[in-house]
Design a binder for this molecule. Structure first.
Ligand code: PMV
Length: 324
C-alpha cells in the first residue's frame, strides 16, 4: 500500500473527569465530528507534515531526526507517534508524508491531539502492513501522549480508537463498550480553550495539600459513574440527567468550572434539560446537556442566548477506521 486515509472520532466526557486520573472509572462517548489523516510513502527518508488546522504547512525533516529538537506545537503528537511507531516497528527506508484535517476546531476540547495520535499509529500500521489490535493501537498512542504531556488517563485515546460509549479505567485497565440506545446531547462551546495538562496539575497540587477533601470528592464521583452506567444501559434518561447535575456539583467543588461554563449550564437547565455538566478538564471547552426531545430546541436557543456556540454532534460514533 502506498497511501491510506484514515479517520478517528472526537469525544465528550459524560461522567467522571478528573477522578479518572486517580484510578476511578469514567464514561466517555465518541462524536461524529472526526479527524482525518492521509499517509503516503515517500522514496526519500524524510517526514513531511501538513496540518493546516493547527498552522503546520510543509513541515519537513529527515526521518532520522524525527522526535529530536524543538517541535512545533501543531506537529508534536503526529511526530512523536511516528517516532514511537518506528521504534516499535522498524519500517523500510522510505519516508512518510502525512496530512491532517478535522471536522472540528482544535479549541473545542473534542480531543484533536488524541485523535491525530491514534490516526497516525493506525495509518502507519496500514501503510507498512503491521497488524495491530485495538489494544496495541491504544497502548502506543497512550505512550505517545504520556511522552508529550506526562499526565492523562488515556480515556480520549480509547474513544478515538474504539469509538462508541466506553466505561474506562486509566491506562486502559478497563475498556468496556456500553451497548446503549441512542440519545441526543446538546453541546455548547464556551469559546475558551481549556488548558487540560495545567488543570490536571492544579488538581494534583490540591490533592497533595488536602488528600482527604479531594479523595472524598473522587469517591462520590466514582459512585455517580457506576450509577450512570446502569442508567445508560437502562436508557433511563431522567436518571442519567440528574447524575450529570450531581457530577457537575462535584466539579464545581473541585473549582474546575468557570463563570461562562456555569452561565451556559444554568441557561440549559432553566430551558428544561434533564441534566447538564461541563465536559473535560473544565475552565472552558464545552458543556453538555441532556434534554427531552421536546425541549432540545429550547435548550439550544438558551445556550446561544447565554453566549455559547451550539455544536451539532451525534454520540456513539465509530472508532478509528480506514476511509474510502
Ligand atoms: O480536557 P479534556 O477534554 O481533554 O478532558 C480531560 C479529562 C481529565 O480527566 C481531566 C484528564 C484525563 O486525562 O483524564
Amino acid at each position: 500500500m502506498n497511501q491510506v486515509t484514515v479517520s478517528a472520532p472526537g469525544k465528550l466526557v459524560l461522567f467522571g473527569e478528573h477522578a479518572v486520573v486517580y484510578g476511578k472509572p469514567c464514561i466517555v462517548t465518541s462524536v461524529n465530528q472526526r479527524m482525518y489523516l492521509k499517509a503516503q510513502k515517500l522514496s526519500e527518508p524524510i517526514f513531511i507534515l501538513n496540518a493546516p488546522d493547527v498552522s503546520i504547512k510543509n513541515y519537513k525533516k529527515s526521518l532520522k531526526d524525527v522526535g529530536i529538537g524543538e517541535l512545533p506545537k501543531g506537529a508534536t503528537f503526529v511526530e512523536i507517534a511516528l517516532k514511537n511507531f518506528i521504534e516499535h516497528h522498524p519500517i523500510d527506508t522510505s519516508g512518510v508524508y502525512i496530512s491532517t484535517y478535522s471536522d472540528f476546531k482544535s479549541t473545542f476540547g473534542f480531543g484533536s491531539s488524541s485523535a491525530s495520535t491514534v490516526c497516525t499509529i493506525f495509518a502507519l500500521s496500514k501503510l507498512f502492513d503491521v497488524k495491530l489490535s485495538n489494544k496495541q493501537i491504544f497502548d502506543l498512542s497512550y505512550k505517545t501522549v504520556l511522552d508529550i504531556q506526562g499526565v492523562g488517563s488515556g480515556f480520549d485515546i480509547a474513544a478515538a480508537t474504539y469509538g462508541g460509549t466506553l466505561f474506562f479505567v486509566k491506562g486502559g485497565q478497563m475498556i468496556e463498550q456500553l451497548s446503549i440506545s441512542n440519545y441526543k446531547l446538546v453541546v455548547g462551546y464556551t469559546g475558551i480553550k481549556a488548558d487540560t495538562p495545567t488543570i490536571v496539575k492544579e488538581i494534583q497540587a490540591k490533592r497533595d495539600k488536602d488528600p482527604k477533601f479531594i479523595d472524598n470528592i473522587f469517591n462520590h464521583i466514582e459512585q455517580i459513574v457506576i450509577q450512570a452506567k446502569e442508567a445508560l444501559l437502562k436508557n433511563d434518561l431522567e436518571k442519567f440527567g440528574s447524575l450529570m447535575d450531581e457530577n457537575q456539583t462535584y466539579l464545581e467543588n473541585l473549582r474546575v468550572s468557570s463563570k461562562i461554563l456555569e452561565r451556559l449550564i444554568k441557561a440549559a437547565r432553566k430551558a428544561g434539560a434533564y441534566g447538564v455538566k461541563l465536559s473535560g478538564a473544565g475552565g472552558g471547552d464545552c458543556m453538555i446537556a441532556l434534554a427531552p426531545l421536546s425541549k432540545k430546541r429550547a435548550v439550544e436557543d438558551a445556550i446561544e442566548k447565554a453566549g455559547g456556540q451550539v455544536i451539532k454532534v451525534e454520540v456513539n460514533a465509530e472508532g478509528v477506521k480506514t476511509e474510502n
